[in-house]
Write a protein that binds this ligand. Sequence first.
Ligand code: URA
Length: 267
Amino acid sequence: MRLDKDYLMEMELLPHFEMRRLVGGAATSSPTPAAQVVTEPAKVPAKPAIQKAAVMAKTETPRANPATPPIPINPARAARIGGLSWVELTGDIKDCQACGLCQQRQQAVVGVGAANGPWLFIGEGPGAEEDQSGEPFVGPAGKLLDAMLAAAGLQRGRDVYITNVVKCRPPGNRTPTPDEAAACAPYLDRQIDLIQPKIIVALGKTAMARLTGTDATMASLRGQLHHYRGIPVVATYHPSYLLRSLPEKLKAWEDLLFAKGEFDKLA
Ligand code: URA
């Protein structure tokens, strides 16, 4: 993938490269040394990452891992939630006591954005800032997510709805348990029914586990099209993980371009 200044700025990668250049450190964790950063119009074909992503793309849906059978969902509760309007759904989520996560929450975090947006991004669960503010992805991971969206020409609230697998903060920001994800599943399903997104981006393993039942590694899930209820799903790394891993930021950028390519094919 070409690394030009615009990409690096948009993905907040530029300071890492500049810092390495200033201190003369080796770019050990980077796939491309600072000296190779392209700062002028590159003599490479336009949008090479899209081409690369297209080559990466496979079309089959991965098999669910038999080691992770779906957790049974209370059918009566799921049917009731499946008939709720947006207003009713929001109230139901805010009052939910279906799992233990309700005990320590400040508030449930329903989601934010375009209620009919063509893009749906699904994270894992609210963190401390989200628990306080009531909006998903407002902390450091959220700032990175917004930068990623901007880099892809998308904007929170305009083209995108953002929510999480679980609507209440897991204590200490731990990964939600399968039971907690299952208790929240009817809410996410109803949100998907109401939004009817054209494409879903699953941010991290928890979202992919919820949508596909697989516990495969992100490395094996990305770069291919999955489906949930007939909607194309693209997998990428969770922004919190990206904050700690520079090379994966570049891969996440590839994933977004792949998702954009697939989205454009749908239009
Ligand atoms: N991480 C998530 O998965 N969701 C949020 O809303 C915030 C951080």
